[in-house]
Write a protein that binds this ligand. Structure first.
Ligand SMILES: [Zn+2]
Ligand SMILES: [Zn+2]
Length: 248
């Protein structure tokens, strides 16, 4: 895992698959996403690298239930004592009460998914699960970064969320948005449950004012990110409005 400074108060944790972020308010940290199973000890090392201890992490916010984001949450919650937050629609899968639905893969996504899966560590037979998940909903405000607003961003999964720090001009998109590993181009996240809804969520996130955008995969955008997201959203056709005539 690499630790990369995005801003003095924001570090990215880059795993073989996917990324998590540590946001710093003084001597308190918030972890956004938690890597795959096995990541707990690596996150402890990242926290130590900032001169802090696991118990200085006050909360763990999961953008969605997928293994590359939520798999390490139980381990790090146990090591830090931090509560875990997730949207009510994804929380049951992060608690492993049910198996989350598989994405509907586009043809071109199938080989990318196979490559990503090969890089992920195997899910342990008895994974460490969060003892408790506090469920959040659209519009909830969490106490970090000057007020961190939960923004529902369904489509990648039903319970996908973004986290917007309006006072700091930062947006964490989870997998609703991604940057291409090839050229850094900002695109709709891949492996979606409902691509049309995901495109609507991309538009919704693009409408939020932010200078910095942090994705689940790919390099963050650190300047004029809302303009970059708007340009990306313009590249996708709108879903047909309900009741519109199918054809003429
Ligand atoms: Zn992901
Ligand atoms: Zn995902």
């Amino acid at each position: 895992m690499d630790v990369i400074e995005v801003l003095p108060e924001l570090h990215m944790l880059r795993f073989p698959v996917g990324q998590a972020y540590l946001w710093r308010d003084g001597d308190e940290l918030t972890l956004i996403d938690a890597g795959a199973a096995g990541a707990g000890a690596e996150i402890v090392r990242a926290v130590a690298g900032l001169g802090l201890r696991p118990r200085d992490v006050r909360r763990i916010v999961l953008t969605h239930f997928h293994e590359d984001h939520a798999g390490g949450a139980g381990e790090f919650a146990e090591l830090s004592g931090a509560p875990v937050f997730a949207h009510a629609l994804d929380a049951p899968f992060a608690r492993a009460e049910a198996v989350g639905p598989e994405p509907v893969y586009e043809d071109w996504e199938v080989p990318i998914h196979a490559a990503a899966k090969a890089l992920l560590p195997p899910v342990p037979a008895e994974p460490v699960l969060p003892a408790e998940i506090r469920e959040v909903a659209d519009g909830d405000v969490l106490d970090f970064g000057g007020g961190a607003r939960v923004v529902a961003a369904p489509g990648h999964t039903d319970g996908s969320i973004a986290v917007h720090l309006p006072a700091r001009g930062v947006l964490f998109t989870g997998d609703a948005v991604a940057a291409s590993p090839v050229d850094g181009q900002v695109v709709l996240g891949v492996f979606n449950l409902d691509r049309a809804r995901a495109i609507d969520s991309l538009r919704r996130l693009a409408a939020l004012e932010h200078e910095v955008a942090c994705f689940g995969h790919g390099e963050p955008v650190t300047e004029r990110a809302s303009e970059v997201l708007r340009a990306a959203a313009d590249g996708y056709a709108s879903s047909p409005s309900p009741g519109a005539p199918a054809s003429r």
